[in-house]
Ligand binder design. Sequence first.
Ligand code: ADP
Ligand code: MG
Length: 467
Amino acid sequence: MNSKLFSELGLSPALLKAVDRLGYEKAAPIQAEAIPMIMSGSDVVGQSQTGSGKTAAFGIPAVELVDPHVGFVQVIILCPTRELAVQVAEEIFKLSAFKRGVQSVPIYGGQSYNHQIRALQHGAQIVIGTPGRVLDHMERGTLVLDRVKLVVLDEADEMLNMGFRDDIERILKTVPTERQFICFSATMAKAIMELIKQFGRNPKTIRLEHKTLTVPTVEQTYYEIRNRSKTEALTRLIDHHDLKLGVIFCNTKRTVDELTNDLVARGYSADRIHGDMSQAQRERVMTKFRNSGLEFLIATDVAARGIDVEKIEAVFNYDLPWDEEDYVHRIGRTGRVGRSGRAFSLVAGRDIYKLQSIERYTGTKVTREQLPTLDEVEEKRTNLFFDKIHGALQTGDFERESPVVDRLLELGFSSTDIACAVIHELRKDDVRYLKDRITEPSQGLALAQARSKRPRKADVQNSKNNR
Ligand code: ADP
Ligand code: MG
Protein backbone atom coordinates (compact mmCIF):
# COMPACT_ATOMS: atom_id res chain seq x y z
CA MET A 1 0.00 0.00 0.00
CA ASN A 2 1.26 3.47 -0.86
CA SER A 3 1.62 5.69 2.13
CA LYS A 4 -0.08 9.03 1.90
CA LEU A 5 0.38 12.38 3.52
CA PHE A 6 -2.51 13.75 5.50
CA SER A 7 -2.50 16.76 3.17
CA GLU A 8 -3.57 14.42 0.35
CA LEU A 9 -6.70 13.30 2.14
CA GLY A 10 -8.79 16.44 1.77
CA LEU A 11 -8.70 17.53 5.41
CA SER A 12 -9.53 21.03 6.61
CA PRO A 13 -6.69 23.27 7.85
CA ALA A 14 -7.87 22.83 11.46
CA LEU A 15 -7.54 19.05 11.27
CA LEU A 16 -4.24 19.19 9.40
CA LYS A 17 -2.88 21.39 12.14
CA ALA A 18 -4.12 19.01 14.84
CA VAL A 19 -2.58 15.99 13.12
CA ASP A 20 0.67 17.89 12.79
CA ARG A 21 0.56 18.78 16.48
CA LEU A 22 0.06 15.09 17.29
CA GLY A 23 3.31 14.48 15.45
CA TYR A 24 1.84 12.18 12.81
CA GLU A 25 3.75 12.47 9.57
CA LYS A 26 2.16 10.05 7.18
CA ALA A 27 -1.30 8.58 7.28
CA ALA A 28 -1.28 4.96 8.37
CA PRO A 29 -2.66 2.62 5.65
CA ILE A 30 -6.00 2.19 7.42
CA GLN A 31 -6.25 5.98 7.72
CA ALA A 32 -5.35 6.62 4.09
CA GLU A 33 -8.13 4.28 3.03
CA ALA A 34 -10.81 4.96 5.58
CA ILE A 35 -10.69 8.74 5.96
CA PRO A 36 -11.70 9.65 2.37
CA MET A 37 -14.35 6.90 2.37
CA ILE A 38 -15.94 8.05 5.59
CA MET A 39 -15.77 11.70 4.56
CA SER A 40 -17.57 10.89 1.32
CA GLY A 41 -20.47 9.61 3.41
CA SER A 42 -20.13 5.85 3.00
CA ASP A 43 -20.69 3.30 5.68
CA VAL A 44 -17.37 1.60 6.33
CA VAL A 45 -16.30 -1.67 7.90
CA GLY A 46 -12.63 -1.66 8.72
CA GLN A 47 -10.40 -4.47 9.86
CA SER A 48 -6.76 -4.01 10.64
CA GLN A 49 -4.31 -5.16 13.25
CA THR A 50 -4.01 -3.57 16.67
CA GLY A 51 -1.79 -0.54 16.83
CA SER A 52 -2.46 0.37 13.22
CA GLY A 53 -4.10 3.72 13.93
CA LYS A 54 -7.81 2.97 13.79
CA THR A 55 -8.71 5.69 16.30
CA ALA A 56 -7.64 8.53 14.03
CA ALA A 57 -9.08 6.68 11.03
CA PHE A 58 -12.57 7.31 12.40
CA GLY A 59 -11.67 10.21 14.72
CA ILE A 60 -10.53 12.57 11.98
CA PRO A 61 -13.68 12.27 9.82
CA ALA A 62 -15.81 12.42 12.98
CA VAL A 63 -14.37 15.78 13.95
CA GLU A 64 -14.57 16.98 10.34
CA LEU A 65 -18.26 16.31 10.01
CA VAL A 66 -19.32 17.99 13.26
CA ASP A 67 -21.14 21.28 12.84
CA PRO A 68 -19.61 23.31 15.67
CA HIS A 69 -22.35 25.95 15.63
CA VAL A 70 -25.01 23.66 17.07
CA GLY A 71 -24.89 21.99 20.45
CA PHE A 72 -26.47 18.59 20.03
CA VAL A 73 -24.91 15.14 19.75
CA GLN A 74 -23.84 14.45 16.18
CA VAL A 75 -21.37 11.61 16.64
CA ILE A 76 -21.59 8.65 18.97
CA ILE A 77 -18.60 6.36 19.38
CA LEU A 78 -19.08 3.09 21.29
CA CYS A 79 -16.14 1.38 22.96
CA PRO A 80 -15.98 -1.84 24.99
CA THR A 81 -14.26 -0.53 28.13
CA ARG A 82 -13.90 2.61 30.20
CA GLU A 83 -10.17 2.75 29.56
CA LEU A 84 -10.66 2.61 25.83
CA ALA A 85 -13.41 5.23 25.94
CA VAL A 86 -11.08 7.55 27.83
CA GLN A 87 -8.26 6.88 25.42
CA VAL A 88 -10.38 7.50 22.34
CA ALA A 89 -11.78 10.65 23.96
CA GLU A 90 -8.26 11.92 24.52
CA GLU A 91 -7.39 11.43 20.87
CA ILE A 92 -10.63 13.10 19.72
CA PHE A 93 -9.92 15.98 22.06
CA LYS A 94 -6.50 16.47 20.48
CA LEU A 95 -7.89 16.12 16.96
CA SER A 96 -10.48 18.83 17.62
CA ALA A 97 -8.02 21.24 19.26
CA PHE A 98 -8.06 23.69 16.35
CA LYS A 99 -11.68 23.34 15.28
CA ARG A 100 -13.44 25.88 17.44
CA GLY A 101 -16.67 24.97 19.11
CA VAL A 102 -16.23 21.21 18.93
CA GLN A 103 -16.75 19.50 22.25
CA SER A 104 -16.49 15.86 23.12
CA VAL A 105 -17.23 13.89 26.25
CA PRO A 106 -16.46 10.36 27.37
CA ILE A 107 -19.27 8.67 29.29
CA TYR A 108 -18.69 5.41 31.08
CA GLY A 109 -19.73 3.52 34.16
CA GLY A 110 -18.00 4.24 37.44
CA GLN A 111 -17.87 7.98 36.96
CA SER A 112 -20.54 10.23 38.46
CA TYR A 113 -23.57 10.96 36.31
CA ASN A 114 -23.58 14.64 37.26
CA HIS A 115 -20.23 15.30 35.71
CA GLN A 116 -21.28 13.62 32.47
CA ILE A 117 -24.69 15.28 32.42
CA ARG A 118 -23.10 18.70 32.78
CA ALA A 119 -20.83 18.02 29.82
CA LEU A 120 -23.77 16.81 27.75
CA GLN A 121 -25.86 19.86 28.64
CA HIS A 122 -22.92 22.00 27.68
CA GLY A 123 -23.51 21.02 24.09
CA ALA A 124 -21.04 18.22 23.37
CA GLN A 125 -21.35 17.08 19.77
CA ILE A 126 -19.19 13.98 20.09
CA VAL A 127 -19.96 11.35 22.71
CA ILE A 128 -17.58 8.48 23.36
CA GLY A 129 -19.06 5.86 25.64
CA THR A 130 -19.47 2.32 26.77
CA PRO A 131 -22.79 0.82 25.61
CA GLY A 132 -24.24 0.32 29.11
CA ARG A 133 -23.71 3.87 30.28
CA VAL A 134 -24.85 5.31 26.95
CA LEU A 135 -28.13 3.43 27.32
CA ASP A 136 -28.48 4.63 30.93
CA HIS A 137 -28.21 8.22 29.79
CA MET A 138 -30.63 7.65 26.94
CA GLU A 139 -33.18 6.21 29.36
CA ARG A 140 -32.73 9.12 31.77
CA GLY A 141 -33.24 11.50 28.87
CA THR A 142 -29.86 13.09 29.46
CA LEU A 143 -28.49 11.85 26.14
CA VAL A 144 -30.54 12.50 23.03
CA LEU A 145 -29.41 10.81 19.85
CA ASP A 146 -32.16 11.84 17.43
CA ARG A 147 -29.88 14.05 15.37
CA VAL A 148 -26.86 11.77 15.25
CA LYS A 149 -25.07 11.74 11.90
CA LEU A 150 -22.40 9.16 12.61
CA VAL A 151 -22.22 6.04 14.74
CA VAL A 152 -18.86 4.34 15.29
CA LEU A 153 -18.29 0.94 16.85
CA ASP A 154 -14.69 0.68 17.97
CA GLU A 155 -13.32 -2.80 18.81
CA ALA A 156 -16.67 -4.15 17.71
CA ASP A 157 -15.69 -7.80 18.10
CA GLU A 158 -14.77 -7.25 21.70
CA MET A 159 -18.03 -5.45 22.46
CA LEU A 160 -19.92 -8.42 21.10
CA ASN A 161 -17.76 -10.85 23.05
CA MET A 162 -18.54 -8.92 26.19
CA GLY A 163 -22.23 -9.37 25.64
CA PHE A 164 -23.08 -5.85 24.51
CA ARG A 165 -24.95 -7.02 21.46
CA ASP A 166 -28.42 -6.17 22.75
CA ASP A 167 -27.30 -2.79 24.04
CA ILE A 168 -25.67 -1.95 20.73
CA GLU A 169 -28.75 -2.95 18.80
CA ARG A 170 -30.97 -0.83 21.02
CA ILE A 171 -28.72 2.16 20.49
CA LEU A 172 -28.53 1.63 16.73
CA LYS A 173 -32.31 1.36 16.53
CA THR A 174 -32.71 4.70 18.32
CA VAL A 175 -30.49 6.80 16.10
CA PRO A 176 -31.90 8.18 12.83
CA THR A 177 -31.84 5.74 9.90
CA GLU A 178 -30.07 8.36 7.83
CA ARG A 179 -26.93 8.14 9.96
CA GLN A 180 -23.59 6.88 8.75
CA PHE A 181 -22.36 3.64 10.32
CA ILE A 182 -18.70 2.81 10.88
CA CYS A 183 -17.43 -0.38 12.41
CA PHE A 184 -13.81 -1.01 13.34
CA SER A 185 -12.24 -4.13 14.66
CA ALA A 186 -8.98 -6.03 14.69
CA THR A 187 -10.80 -9.20 13.75
CA MET A 188 -13.93 -9.95 11.75
CA ALA A 189 -16.04 -12.46 13.61
CA LYS A 190 -19.30 -13.82 12.23
CA ALA A 191 -21.38 -11.88 14.74
CA ILE A 192 -19.96 -8.64 13.41
CA MET A 193 -20.81 -9.49 9.84
CA GLU A 194 -24.39 -10.07 11.00
CA LEU A 195 -24.54 -6.74 12.76
CA ILE A 196 -23.19 -4.96 9.71
CA LYS A 197 -25.68 -6.68 7.45
CA GLN A 198 -28.48 -5.52 9.72
CA PHE A 199 -27.42 -1.92 10.21
CA GLY A 200 -25.02 -0.96 7.42
CA ARG A 201 -26.11 0.51 4.11
CA ASN A 202 -23.90 -0.84 1.33
CA PRO A 203 -20.88 -0.64 3.56
CA LYS A 204 -17.46 -0.47 1.99
CA THR A 205 -15.03 -2.94 3.44
CA ILE A 206 -11.40 -2.30 4.23
CA ARG A 207 -9.29 -5.26 5.12
CA LEU A 208 -5.62 -4.90 5.71
CA GLU A 209 -3.31 -7.83 6.16
CA HIS A 210 -5.92 -10.54 6.03
CA LYS A 211 -3.28 -13.21 5.67
CA THR A 212 -1.70 -12.50 8.98
CA LEU A 213 -3.13 -10.53 11.84
CA THR A 214 0.06 -10.31 13.82
CA VAL A 215 2.03 -7.15 14.34
CA PRO A 216 5.08 -7.90 12.22
CA THR A 217 7.66 -6.05 14.27
CA VAL A 218 6.95 -8.13 17.35
CA GLU A 219 9.44 -10.90 17.97
CA GLN A 220 7.50 -13.84 19.40
CA THR A 221 9.06 -16.54 21.53
CA TYR A 222 7.76 -19.19 23.88
CA TYR A 223 9.22 -21.12 26.79
CA GLU A 224 8.11 -24.51 27.95
CA ILE A 225 7.63 -24.52 31.68
CA ARG A 226 8.02 -27.89 33.39
CA ASN A 227 7.67 -28.32 37.16
CA ARG A 228 8.88 -24.83 37.57
CA SER A 229 7.32 -21.78 38.97
CA LYS A 230 5.96 -19.56 36.21
CA THR A 231 6.82 -16.54 38.29
CA GLU A 232 10.43 -17.64 38.43
CA ALA A 233 10.47 -18.06 34.66
CA LEU A 234 8.90 -14.66 34.22
CA THR A 235 11.36 -12.81 36.44
CA ARG A 236 14.30 -14.52 34.78
CA LEU A 237 13.15 -13.32 31.41
CA ILE A 238 12.58 -9.81 32.73
CA ASP A 239 16.04 -9.73 34.27
CA HIS A 240 17.80 -11.36 31.38
CA HIS A 241 16.39 -8.93 28.84
CA ASP A 242 16.67 -6.03 31.25
CA LEU A 243 13.06 -5.02 30.59
CA LYS A 244 11.74 -1.79 32.04
CA LEU A 245 8.23 -1.50 30.63
CA GLY A 246 5.92 -4.40 30.00
CA VAL A 247 2.42 -5.79 30.22
CA ILE A 248 1.86 -9.25 31.69
CA PHE A 249 -1.37 -10.99 30.79
CA CYS A 250 -3.12 -13.56 32.94
CA ASN A 251 -6.38 -15.36 32.27
CA THR A 252 -8.06 -14.71 35.60
CA LYS A 253 -8.39 -11.86 38.06
CA ARG A 254 -7.14 -14.16 40.75
CA THR A 255 -3.91 -14.93 38.93
CA VAL A 256 -3.48 -11.22 38.30
CA ASP A 257 -3.78 -10.56 42.04
CA GLU A 258 -1.45 -13.38 43.03
CA LEU A 259 1.19 -12.56 40.46
CA THR A 260 1.13 -8.87 41.34
CA ASN A 261 1.72 -9.66 44.99
CA ASP A 262 4.50 -12.07 44.03
CA LEU A 263 6.30 -9.61 41.81
CA VAL A 264 6.03 -6.77 44.30
CA ALA A 265 7.36 -9.09 47.00
CA ARG A 266 10.32 -9.82 44.75
CA GLY A 267 11.04 -6.13 44.45
CA TYR A 268 9.60 -5.33 41.03
CA SER A 269 7.66 -2.20 40.38
CA ALA A 270 4.37 -3.74 39.37
CA ASP A 271 0.65 -3.16 39.70
CA ARG A 272 -2.55 -4.71 38.47
CA ILE A 273 -5.59 -3.83 36.47
CA HIS A 274 -8.73 -5.95 36.24
CA GLY A 275 -12.48 -5.78 36.16
CA ASP A 276 -13.09 -6.02 39.89
CA MET A 277 -11.30 -2.77 40.60
CA SER A 278 -13.10 0.52 40.91
CA GLN A 279 -12.84 3.06 38.15
CA ALA A 280 -10.72 5.34 40.30
CA GLN A 281 -8.29 2.53 41.12
CA ARG A 282 -7.90 1.53 37.51
CA GLU A 283 -7.31 5.09 36.41
CA ARG A 284 -4.70 5.61 39.07
CA VAL A 285 -2.78 2.53 37.94
CA MET A 286 -3.01 3.44 34.27
CA THR A 287 -1.80 6.98 34.87
CA LYS A 288 1.13 5.68 36.83
CA PHE A 289 1.99 3.18 34.10
CA ARG A 290 1.72 5.83 31.38
CA ASN A 291 3.99 8.17 33.28
CA SER A 292 6.58 5.43 33.77
CA GLY A 293 5.91 5.33 37.51
CA LEU A 294 5.42 1.62 37.13
CA GLU A 295 7.41 -0.95 35.20
CA PHE A 296 5.01 -3.83 34.88
CA LEU A 297 1.29 -3.84 34.42
CA ILE A 298 -0.42 -7.14 35.16
CA ALA A 299 -3.76 -7.42 33.48
CA THR A 300 -6.65 -9.49 32.27
CA ASP A 301 -7.64 -9.19 28.62
CA VAL A 302 -10.72 -7.13 29.13
CA ALA A 303 -9.10 -4.56 31.39
CA ALA A 304 -6.19 -4.04 29.03
CA ARG A 305 -8.21 -3.95 25.87
CA GLY A 306 -7.02 -1.32 23.43
CA ILE A 307 -4.74 0.28 25.94
CA ASP A 308 -2.03 2.20 24.19
CA VAL A 309 1.05 3.13 26.12
CA GLU A 310 4.08 4.22 24.21
CA LYS A 311 7.30 2.26 24.30
CA ILE A 312 6.03 -0.95 25.85
CA GLU A 313 9.05 -3.21 25.33
CA ALA A 314 7.45 -6.54 25.94
CA VAL A 315 4.21 -8.40 26.40
CA PHE A 316 4.14 -11.57 28.47
CA ASN A 317 1.56 -14.28 28.18
CA TYR A 318 1.85 -15.57 31.71
CA ASP A 319 -1.12 -17.68 30.74
CA LEU A 320 -1.79 -18.31 27.08
CA PRO A 321 -5.19 -16.87 26.21
CA TRP A 322 -8.16 -19.15 25.59
CA ASP A 323 -8.93 -17.35 22.43
CA GLU A 324 -6.51 -16.88 19.51
CA GLU A 325 -7.87 -13.42 18.84
CA ASP A 326 -6.90 -12.35 22.34
CA TYR A 327 -3.34 -13.33 21.54
CA VAL A 328 -3.32 -10.91 18.64
CA HIS A 329 -4.73 -8.16 20.79
CA ARG A 330 -2.28 -8.82 23.58
CA ILE A 331 0.88 -8.74 21.54
CA GLY A 332 -0.45 -5.67 19.76
CA ARG A 333 0.25 -3.77 22.99
CA THR A 334 3.90 -3.71 21.99
CA GLY A 335 5.53 -2.82 18.69
CA ARG A 336 3.02 -0.01 18.19
CA VAL A 337 3.30 1.72 14.80
CA GLY A 338 6.65 0.53 13.60
CA ARG A 339 8.42 0.24 16.94
CA SER A 340 9.93 -3.12 17.69
CA GLY A 341 8.67 -5.19 20.56
CA ARG A 342 8.84 -8.65 22.03
CA ALA A 343 6.20 -11.13 23.05
CA PHE A 344 7.07 -13.91 25.50
CA SER A 345 4.70 -16.79 26.13
CA LEU A 346 4.96 -19.23 28.99
CA VAL A 347 3.70 -22.61 27.89
CA ALA A 348 2.85 -25.25 30.46
CA GLY A 349 1.74 -28.80 29.61
CA ARG A 350 -1.20 -28.88 27.24
CA ASP A 351 -0.86 -25.19 26.44
CA ILE A 352 1.32 -26.30 23.57
CA TYR A 353 -1.85 -27.18 21.62
CA LYS A 354 -3.21 -23.72 22.29
CA LEU A 355 0.01 -22.29 20.97
CA GLN A 356 -0.21 -24.34 17.80
CA SER A 357 -3.69 -23.11 17.13
CA ILE A 358 -2.52 -19.53 17.70
CA GLU A 359 0.24 -20.09 15.15
CA ARG A 360 -2.25 -21.43 12.64
CA TYR A 361 -4.61 -18.57 13.23
CA THR A 362 -2.03 -15.80 12.99
CA GLY A 363 -0.02 -17.48 10.25
CA THR A 364 3.23 -16.84 12.09
CA LYS A 365 5.71 -19.00 13.87
CA VAL A 366 6.41 -18.50 17.54
CA THR A 367 10.02 -19.49 18.21
CA ARG A 368 10.82 -21.88 21.00
CA GLU A 369 13.58 -20.77 23.30
CA GLN A 370 15.25 -22.11 26.42
CA LEU A 371 14.75 -20.27 29.62
CA PRO A 372 18.03 -18.66 30.65
CA THR A 373 19.67 -20.29 33.66
CA LEU A 374 20.33 -18.26 36.79
CA ASP A 375 23.98 -18.13 35.84
CA GLU A 376 23.17 -16.83 32.40
CA VAL A 377 20.95 -14.15 33.87
CA GLU A 378 23.65 -13.13 36.28
CA GLU A 379 26.26 -13.07 33.55
CA LYS A 380 24.03 -11.04 31.28
CA ARG A 381 23.38 -8.48 33.99
CA THR A 382 27.07 -8.28 34.80
CA ASN A 383 27.77 -7.67 31.13
CA LEU A 384 25.16 -4.94 31.03
CA PHE A 385 26.76 -3.33 34.02
CA PHE A 386 30.19 -3.72 32.46
CA ASP A 387 29.01 -2.01 29.28
CA LYS A 388 27.59 0.84 31.27
CA ILE A 389 30.85 1.48 33.13
CA HIS A 390 32.87 0.93 29.98
CA GLY A 391 30.73 3.51 28.21
CA ALA A 392 31.22 5.97 31.04
CA LEU A 393 34.99 5.47 30.90
CA GLN A 394 34.98 6.15 27.19
CA THR A 395 33.02 9.40 27.44
CA GLY A 396 35.27 10.45 30.33
CA ASP A 397 32.61 12.70 31.75
CA PHE A 398 33.22 12.14 35.48
CA GLU A 399 35.71 14.83 36.52
CA ARG A 400 33.53 15.81 39.44
CA GLU A 401 34.06 12.48 41.18
CA SER A 402 37.86 12.61 41.27
CA PRO A 403 38.22 14.44 44.63
CA VAL A 404 36.45 11.57 46.40
CA VAL A 405 38.74 9.04 44.74
CA ASP A 406 41.79 11.13 45.64
CA ARG A 407 40.76 11.16 49.28
CA LEU A 408 40.33 7.39 49.29
CA LEU A 409 43.71 6.89 47.62
CA GLU A 410 45.32 9.10 50.23
CA LEU A 411 43.90 6.81 52.89
CA GLY A 412 45.93 4.04 51.31
CA PHE A 413 43.27 2.04 49.45
CA SER A 414 44.25 0.62 46.08
CA SER A 415 42.38 1.85 43.03
CA THR A 416 41.10 -1.69 42.42
CA ASP A 417 39.62 -1.90 45.90
CA ILE A 418 38.02 1.50 45.54
CA ALA A 419 36.47 0.58 42.20
CA CYS A 420 35.17 -2.73 43.60
CA ALA A 421 33.63 -1.02 46.59
CA VAL A 422 31.89 1.51 44.36
CA ILE A 423 30.55 -1.23 42.13
CA HIS A 424 29.35 -3.15 45.15
CA GLU A 425 27.52 -0.11 46.49
CA LEU A 426 25.90 0.46 43.11
CA ARG A 427 24.84 -3.09 42.48
CA LYS A 428 23.56 -3.98 45.89
CA ASP A 429 20.54 -1.77 45.20
CA ASP A 430 19.71 -3.66 42.05
CA VAL A 431 17.05 -6.14 43.18
CA ARG A 432 17.48 -7.93 39.93
CA TYR A 433 21.10 -8.64 40.65
CA LEU A 434 21.34 -9.58 44.30
CA LYS A 435 18.01 -10.97 45.18
CA ASP A 436 16.80 -13.88 47.11
CA ARG A 437 15.74 -16.02 44.21
CA ILE A 438 13.32 -18.87 44.39
CA THR A 439 13.99 -21.61 41.95
CA GLU A 440 12.86 -25.04 40.86
CA PRO A 441 13.26 -27.94 43.27
CA SER A 442 16.00 -29.69 41.26
CA GLN A 443 18.26 -26.73 41.84
CA GLY A 444 17.45 -26.51 45.49
CA LEU A 445 20.84 -27.58 46.72
CA ALA A 446 22.84 -25.38 44.39
CA LEU A 447 20.66 -22.50 45.40
CA ALA A 448 21.08 -23.09 49.10
CA GLN A 449 24.83 -22.83 48.57
CA ALA A 450 24.53 -19.77 46.42
CA ARG A 451 22.21 -18.17 48.93
CA SER A 452 24.73 -18.27 51.70
CA LYS A 453 26.77 -15.84 49.61
CA ARG A 454 23.83 -13.59 49.00
CA PRO A 455 22.82 -10.66 51.18
CA ARG A 456 20.62 -11.12 54.19
CA LYS A 457 16.88 -10.53 53.89
CA ALA A 458 17.22 -7.15 55.49
CA ASP A 459 19.48 -5.93 52.69
CA VAL A 460 17.03 -7.08 50.07
CA GLN A 461 14.27 -5.33 51.93
CA ASN A 462 16.30 -2.14 51.99
CA SER A 463 17.06 -2.24 48.34
CA LYS A 464 13.36 -2.67 47.66
CA ASN A 465 12.56 0.42 49.58
CA ASN A 466 14.99 2.32 47.47
CA ARG A 467 13.20 1.56 44.27
P1 ADP B 1 -5.57 0.77 16.96
O1 ADP B 1 -6.88 1.36 17.42
O2 ADP B 1 -5.59 0.36 15.52
O3 ADP B 1 -5.10 -0.35 17.85
P2 ADP B 1 -4.48 3.32 17.76
O4 ADP B 1 -5.47 4.19 17.09
O5 ADP B 1 -4.63 3.12 19.22
O6 ADP B 1 -4.44 1.89 17.04
O7 ADP B 1 -3.02 3.86 17.38
C1 ADP B 1 -1.85 3.27 17.87
C2 ADP B 1 -0.76 4.29 18.09
O8 ADP B 1 -0.34 4.85 16.86
C3 ADP B 1 -1.19 5.47 18.93
O9 ADP B 1 -0.14 5.78 19.83
C4 ADP B 1 -1.36 6.60 17.94
O10 ADP B 1 -1.14 7.85 18.55
C5 ADP B 1 -0.33 6.26 16.90
N1 ADP B 1 -0.66 6.74 15.55
C6 ADP B 1 -1.87 6.71 14.95
N2 ADP B 1 -1.81 7.19 13.71
C7 ADP B 1 -0.52 7.53 13.49
C8 ADP B 1 0.18 8.09 12.38
N3 ADP B 1 -0.44 8.41 11.23
N4 ADP B 1 1.50 8.31 12.52
C9 ADP B 1 2.13 7.97 13.68
N5 ADP B 1 1.54 7.46 14.77
C10 ADP B 1 0.22 7.23 14.68
MG1 MG C 1 -8.22 1.01 18.82
